[in-house]
Each structure stands twice: as structure tokens, then as C-alpha cells.
Write a protein that binds this ligand. Structure first.
Ligand SMILES: Nc1ncnc2c1ncn2[C@@H]1O[C@H](COP(=O)(O)OP(=O)(O)OP(=O)(O)O)[C@@H](O)[C@H]1O
Length: 783
């Protein structure tokens, strides 16, 4: 085949384009690629007609594009023998022609449209925040100056004599036509008599006119003043004088000393520019970035303009090929240094909906840890609904971050003192403000951090001892039973009432047995690492997290040791909402935030000790967010809980611990029954209650001291052990009598029935224990 190939080298990607023309047929080579061994792949297309683009390189019709192989030779502009092209080579379309985008209709292009109306105007909360800010800003200015009005008055008064002097001097100069004096002096100096006479005449005319004007003005002003003084309102003269003094004071003010001070001091923050971003990125020591910059900066681009985004700047950056957003995130401190901004201002994030090389760099005006925490929206008024989003914190931009507790569980992890308890307290306070929700709180640090919530808890325990760990375990057992019971209820509900087989807000309102239960364990590592209770607690927590979600059972766990030993894998793998405050390593980071979080650039390891209450929140929205929790301290929590308790009293939903009821549960039963069994002496078949309570007080003074026979009867009754009249003898006097007591037979039967079962063991069908509603109030049995 006769013809020629014209080769040109693409400047950027070293792709060479060749075109071959043969008679009326044109074969267009859209690109080549050099292979090892000097072989060149030639991407060619044919067209029997003319090139429609006129570019000579975009022919796509005819026999279709082909890939042909030619030996690699020559340099730019070299003509290659057409015979070298093998017509029989397999024809495969490889790359789209470069300018194809020109053919694609604009509406087919993948473009990211910027908001027509800014987000802060569209979003109700943000618009409200902006309006409130503007109002408070104006209000602050008004208040600042109003307080200083007397001071301003004094200053004006002091400056008014100088102002009067200036007015008199200016009037005198005007009356005497002083402004033309230099011209008259010049006429005298050059002895120009005609000019001087003309100027002198002009001056006399001016003086006459100005004098007349001045006299009329003065007389009119004086007349009006006198008329107003006698005929006008009493306050007018004073106001006029004050106005005159103020005017003279203003005129007498030194040019360099303004009357009013500044009501606000603004900290000027440097505007973020592309140069600054490139400079910061180039200082990271990433070879690919340096190469890209050495080429003239082509490798770093900005797909959208740098804009204001909340109280900071947002830059969307396309990093050089091969560099990922994570590479930048792990060098956050160096980026901050490169930008010359405090670390707490610089928040690089991956753009999860884009490619891995897209970085969203948000640079705040103020260090996030230094900014005043936003007030908790429900602190003063309002109620919560756990089926809807509840306030959790604010992101770097000050936008509210919410979590929806229903159908999820929460894991909070951090190193000691980073703000876990505060983070846990927020959702719990919100739960308290939903009168339908039952709160079971177990605080295993023993400092009473969750104490303010005690008045609304159905179950509550605080302590770092074995008993508290056991109480938490008992709570988990009861919760597991609750999950089973609810599953049973849901299963039996008609489809139209419960179409999704899960507890809905409607069902929770209508059916007391389906009211949401929020159980929180603070410092849960103390339970999971407990030598006796740990394994069972881990198993229970995992089962509850897996099964309880849809059944209105929500587990919140907070730990200061998020490692494999202290946090069961079943928990860390299945929990939905995760909040990780500062941690030290990748392992802890991923235990809380989920596997691969660290690799994906969600790194709580980059937080510093100053970042109290700041962490990564994942599972609450599409992408993990940096969130600072609301700061609600002890006294503020108590005030909120007082409100929450009043709400619950009004709704009639205060139960259990909150009203001094002892919550009986099956597992607790096991210990009461076991304790009673332990104090019975061998061969004793019938024992008086009063003897049993005395012995129990000796066995566990903490638990049973002060118990009366009636209390024992109440504690045993739910498990089928009734106190009856039994024959016995007084232990001191040996006198026999018939008194209230129990029989060993009843006790043994109850123990056999209420032995703790393995976590997922099926419930005996015949069980009619009144404690089937473990942990629920008696009213729930109606539900
Ligand atoms: N959102 C916040 N804003 C400002 N400061 C906060 C915030 N949250 C917590 N802090 C501060 O951090 C300190 C520690 O908080 P917190 O007691 O919740 O930590 P912790 O992780 O539970 O500690 P520990 O592991 O010892 O229990 C608090 O005293 C509080 O001053």
C-alpha cells in the first residue's frame, strides 16, 4: 500500500498521532503507544469520505478504527513507510479521540453544577443561623454605642470650643474673601495694576453679597431660635443646643481621633488562594507533587473556585496522578504548616463521591478547638423524638451534625479525657427528653459522670467494682430477653400494622411493650474485660446489636480502650454509628470507626490533645464528618433532666429506678434465689421469712441490710415463691410457732426454672414467669 504517515508527538502524554492517506480513502491514526522491544501500537481508524472534523485525526466511520503494529523508529516529524503497516493486524478501538467531548452535547457531560442559591440560603437552619448572627451583630453594635453615649457627649462637648473656633475662622475667611488674597498679592508683586483693581472690585462685591447673606442668615436663625424657644415644645431648645454642641464637637475633632471606638475586633484571616494551596502541597515532600509542580504546576488543578464555606475557605483540589487525598490527610500537620495556619483550622478530607485524587481542603478562620462550643439546641426548651435526628454536635463549618438513634447502635471510643462521656451524654439527654424512651444507664467509671440522668432512668448503676459490672451484665441479659420478647410481639402483629417488621414511632406509642429502650454502658471495657462477666457480656452485646436494632432496642457503648481485647469484635464490626475522638493508633482508630477507616483517610489519630470533644463521626451521614460535640456540663444536664422528668411525669412514663422501684429481672432473680438457697441450712424444709432476711443481711449486708419479711416476699413473688404460714422455731428461744415463710420445695422449683440460659437458647414455651417483661414495668404487660 502506497501512502505516508505523518507523526506528531503529543506534548503532555507522549502519545503520537499518525495519519495515513491512501487515494480517496483516509486512514486516521488516533494514537500510538510504545511497547517494550521498540514496538509501537498504532491506533488507526478509516474513513472513505472526508474527515468531518477537519482535524485530520478524528475519522471514525468507514471500516472502523483498528490497532496495527509498526516497528518503533525515528523521531518527531519522521515519515514512516506505509508498507510497515500490517493491514491484517487485529482492529480494536482503544482510546476515544481527544476532541470527542466537542461532539458530546453539553447536557451529556459529567459536570458538577454549583448551587444556584447558596446553601446557607436554602437550608432553613443555616438561614436562621445567618439571620440570628446578623441580628446579634447589629444588636451588639447598638448596645456597645448606647452604653457609651454619655462618654461621646462629654467628648463632643470638650471638642465644641475648638469646633466653634474653626467655624468662626472659616466664616471670617469667607466674609473677607480670603481665598483670593494670594491672587491679589501676586498682582501687587508683579505690579499689575489693572489686574489688582479688577480683583479688588471683585472682592468688594463679594464682601457685600456675603455680608448681606451672613446678616440675613444670622437674623433668620436667631429669629427662628427665639420663636421656637418661646413657642415650641420645651425640649426643643435643649435638643437644638445639644445638636449644635455635637456639630461643633464633630467639627472640632482631631482628624486622627475618631469619636467612637470599635464595637468588634475582627481577626483578619488571610484569604486562601491557589498559590497558597500549591505552596503547602509542595512542602509535603511527595515526589509526584514535586514533579507536577516542576513541570509548571499542571499536575495540580482546582475543579471549582476556592469559595467561602461557613467560617472558612473551601478548596477542591485535583492532585497529581497517583497522589491520593489520603496522602495529604496523613500529613495534615505539614499542610497546616505550609498554609501558615493553626492545625485546628486545617481539615483536608477525601471527596468520597469523586476519584481518590480529589481533595477537599477546608481551612477555617479559627482553630476548631478554640471556638466556643455551640449551645445544645434542646438545652433550654424542646423535646426529642428518637425516631428523628437528634442533635449531636457541629462540624468544622458550624453546621449541626445529627444522629438518628432509632435502628442503630452507637460506639464511642477515645483515649482518656478526650470527651467520650460528654459525647455520650448528649444523645442520652435527648433520649431523656423523649418521654417514651426507657433509659438504662451503667457507668462503670464510678465517678457519677452520668449521675445527672439518674432521675429519669429505669435502671441505673454507677461504680468501678465487680457489683457494677455484674449489674451491667444483668442489664444486658434483661435486654437480650427484651429483644426476644419484642421479636415475638412484632411477629404476631398483623402485616398492615407492622409492614416492615420493625418498631415504628406509631407502634411505640400504641404498644407499651415496644417503647424504645436506650441502654448505655460508659467505660464498657471494664465489663468486657471482666474475668467472670466479660465473655458473656460480649456475647450478649453482640447479639443485642445484631437483633435489637429493628426492635427499638438501642445500645450505646463508650470505651477509653478501643482495642481487640476490650472491645468484642462482634460489637466493633456491627455497630452502626461510630464516634472516634482522639486515639493514638491505626488499630484503635479502625476498631471504633470500622475496618479501613484509617486507610480511607478517616483518621482520629491526627487530632491533638487540644481537640477536646472533637472527633470523626461515621455512620450518621453518607460520609464521615469531623464533629465537635455540644458541651453540656453537669449543672446544665441536671436542668435538662428536671425538664425531662416533668415531661415523663406528665406522660406517666416514669418507671423503675426513677421512682424508687426495684426492677426485678430474671437474672437478678437467679442471684436472689441463689442467695436464699445459700442461707438455708441442710435439712431445713420450711423457714420463716424473718430468719431468712436476718441471714441474708449477714451474707450480703450491702444488698439485704434492713430488709423486712414483706420485702423478701415481694422479691420472691415474681418467681413463683410465695410466702405461706410455715411451722418453725425461734432460733434464740427455741419456741415453735406458725409464721410467714417459704418452703424449700418452692425455692428449688423456682431456681430450676430461672437458671440463666445461654444467650441464644430458645425460651421454654411453658414459661409463664411474671418476669417475661424483664426490665419493663408491670404496665408493659398490657402492651
Ligand atoms: N464538646 C466539648 N467542647 C469542649 N470541651 C469538651 C467537650 N467535650 C469534652 N470536653 C472537655 O474534655 C474534658 C474530658 O471530657 P470527658 O470527661 O467526656 O472525657 P472522657 O473521655 O470521658 O474522659 P475519661 O476517659 O477520663 O472518662 C471535659 O472536662 C471537658 O472539659
Amino acid at each position: 500500500m502506497a501512502g505516508w504517515l505523518n507523526r506528531r508527538r503529543d506534548r503532555d502524554d507522549d502519545v503520537t498521532a499518525r495519519s495515513e492517506v491512501t487515494g480517496t480513502t483516509s486512514e486516521t491514526v488516533s494514537g500510538t503507544e510504545e511497547r517494550d522491544g521498540g514496538e509501537v501500537l498504532l491506533f488507526r481508524s478509516r474513513d472513505d469520505d472526508t474527515d468531518p472534523t477537519g482535524t485530520g485525526s478524528e475519522t471514525v466511520a468507514g471500516s472502523g478504527p483498528r490497532v496495527v503494529q509498526v516497528p518503533s523508529t525515528g523521531t518527531e516529524g519522521e515519515v514512516v513507510d506505509a508498507e510497515l503497516v500490517d493491514d491484517d493486524a487485529p482492529v480494536v478501538p482503544v482510546n476515544l479521540p481527544g476532541e470527542l467531548a466537542d461532539y458530546v452535547s453539553p447536557w451529556q457531560r459529567d459536570v458538577q453544577r454549583r448551587a444556584v442559591v447558596p446553601v446557607w440560603l436554602r437550608d432553613k437552619t443555616e438561614a436562621r443561623t445567618a439571620a440570628l448572627w446578623a441580628a446579634s451583630y447589629a444588636g451588639h453594635h447598638a448596645a456597645f454605642h448606647a452604653v457609651r453615649l454619655p462618654l461621646y457627649g462629654g467628648v463632643l462637648l470638650a471638642r465644641s470650643p475648638r469646633g466653634a473656633g474653626r467655624v468662626i475662622a472659616a466664616t471670617a475667611r469667607w466674609l473677607t474673601d480670603a481665598e483670593a488674597a494670594p491672587l491679589r498679592h501676586e498682582a501687587v508683586r508683579v505690579t499689575d495694576a489693572t489686574e489688582y483693581m479688577r480683583l479688588a472690585r471683585l472682592r468688594s462685591e463679594r464682601q457685600r453679597t456675603r455680608l448681606a447673606l451672613f446678616a440675613t442668615g444670622t437674623l433668620a436663625a436667631a429669629g427662628t431660635g427665639l420663636a421656637l424657644m418661646f413657642a415650641g415644645p420645651a425640649w426643643l431648645p435643649g435638643l437644638t443646643v445639644a445638636g449644635l454642641v455635637a456639630l461643633l464637637g464633630k467639627i472640632g475633632a482631631p482628624a486622627d481621633r475618631p469619636l467612637t471606638g470599635r464595637a468588634v475586633v475582627t481577626h483578619k484571616v488571610p484569604k486562601l488562594t491557589d498559590d497558597m494551596v500549591i505552596r503547602a502541597l509542595s512542602a509535603l515532600g511527595i515526589a509526584e507533587i514535586n514533579k507536577a509542580i516542576a513541570k509548571g504546576g499542571n499536575g495540580i488543578s482546582f475543579p471549582a473556585p476556592i469559595t467561602r464555606d461557613g467560617p472558612g475557605f473551601r478548596a477542591d483540589v485535583d492532585l497529581p496522578y497517583g497522589v491520593t487525598a489520603v496522602d495529604i490527610i496523613e500529613r495534615r500537620d505539614r499542610v497546616a504548616s505550609g498554609l501558615r495556619r493553626p492545625l485546628g483550622c486545617v481539615w483536608p478530607e477525601p471527596a468520597h463521591d469523586q476519584h481518590a485524587g480529589r481533595l477537599v481542603l477546608w481551612v477555617g478562620d479559627r482553630d476548631m478547638s478554640q471556638a466556643k462550643p455551640a449551645p445544645w439546641p434542646l438545652a433550654k426548651k424542646g423535646t426529642a423524638d428518637l425516631f428523628k435526628p437528634i442533635p449531636f454536635g457541629t462540624d468544622q463549618r458550624g453546621r449541626p451534625a445529627t444522629v438518628t438513634l432509632m435502628y442503630d447502635n452507637v460506639l464511642i471510643g477515645a483515649m482518656p479525657g478526650a470527651g467520650k462521656t460528654f459525647a455520650l451524654r448528649g444523645p442520652l439527654l435527648a433520649a431523656a427528653l423523649d418521654p417514651l424512651v426507657k433509659l438504662w444507664l451503667y457507668e462503670l467509671k464510678g465517678t457519677g459522670d452520668l449521675g445527672p440522668l439518674e432521675p429519669v432512668c429505669e435502671r441505673y448503676s454507677s461504680g468501678a467494682d465487680d457489683e457494677s459490672a455484674e449489674a451491667a451484665l444483668l442489664g444486658l441479659r434483661a435486654l437480650r430477653d427484651e429483644v426476644r420478647k419484642r421479636a415475638d410481639i412484632i411477629k404476631r402483629l398483623p402485616r398492615d400494622v407492622c409492614p416492615e417488621n420493625k418498631v415504628t414511632a406509631e407502634l411505640a406509642k400504641r404498644n407499651k411493650g415496644l417503647r424504645p429502650i436506650v441502654m448505655a454502658i460508659d467505660e464498657c471495657q471494664n465489663l468486657f474485660t471482666h474475668p467472670d462477666h466479660g465473655p458473656e457480656a460480649a456475647e450478649l452485646a453482640t447479639a443485642i446489636i445484631k437483633l435489637g436494632r429493628a426492635l427499638g432496642v438501642i445500645l450505646l457503648l463508650a470505651t477509653q480502650r478501643p482495642d481487640a481485647k476490650s472491645l468484642p469484635t462482634g460489637v466493633s464490626a456491627n455497630v452502626g454509628i461510630r464516634f472516634c475522638l482522639r486515639v493514638t493508633g491505626q488499630l484503635e482508630n479502625d476498631m471504633v470507626l470500622g475496618t479501613s477507616a484509617y486507610r480511607n483517610g478517616v483518621r482520629a489519630t491526627t487530632l491533638t490533645p487540644k481537640d477536646k470533644g472533637i472527633g470523626y463521626l461515621s455512620g450518621a451521614s453518607d460520609d464521615p464528618q469531623v464533629v465537635r460535640t455540644y458541651y453540656v456540663d453537669g449543672p446544665a444536664s441536671e436542668a435538662i433532666v428536671t425538664r425531662a422528668r416533668a415531661l415523663r411525669e406528665a406522660a406517666g412514663t416514669l418507671t423503675g429506678h426513677a421512682i424508687g422501684e426495684q426492677v426485678a429481672d430474671e437474672t437478678r432473680a437467679a442471684s436472689v434465689l441463689a442467695d436464699v438457697a445459700a442461707v438455708l441450712v441442710a435439712g431445713e424444709d420450711k423457714v420463716w421469712s424473718e430468719i431468712i432476711v436476718t441471714r441474708l443481711a449477714g451474707l450480703r449486708p450491702d444488698q439485704y441490710k434492713g430488709w423486712e419479711p414483706a420485702q423478701l416476699a415481694a422479691a420472691l413473688a415474681p418467681y413463683g415463691v410465695k410466702t405461706v404460714q410455715v411451722w418453725g422455731k425461734d432460733e434464740e428461744t427455741g419456741v415453735g410457732a406458725n409464721r410467714r415463710g417459704i418452703t424449700r420445695g418452692d425455692l428449688d422449683r423456682a431456681i430450676a426454672k430461672h437458671q440463666p440460659r445461654p444467650v441464644d437458647a430458645p425460651r421454654p414455651a411453658s414459661s409463664t414467669s411474671p418476669n417475661d417483661s424483664a426490665g419493663t414495668s408491670p404496665e408493659d404487660d398490657n402492651g
